[in-house]
Design a protein around this ligand. Structure first.
Ligand code: SF4
Length: 56
């Protein structure tokens, strides 16, 4: 996993994620998937980055 890549189109502060860029508050992936754990999402907290994986 090349976390030296910083995708300036995806700002992210989740440093616990294995895809977080080592070089700034960005994601290192080319694209991510956003989803929800709610049946009817109405707030920011209803949304999830489904590409998140816990850093080992
Ligand atoms: S996969 Fe999601 S949570 Fe992980 S660094 Fe990228 S945007 Fe952040």
């Amino acid at each position: 996993m090349n976390t030296e890549h910083a995708n300036k189109n995806i700002a992210c502060t989740i440093t616990n994620c294995k895809y977080h860029s080592c070089c700034g508050d960005y994601c290192s992936l080319e694209h991510i998937r956003i989803g929800t754990h709610e049946a009817n999402p109405t707030q920011k907290s209803c949304t999830d980055c489904e590409s998140f994986e816990l850093k080992a």
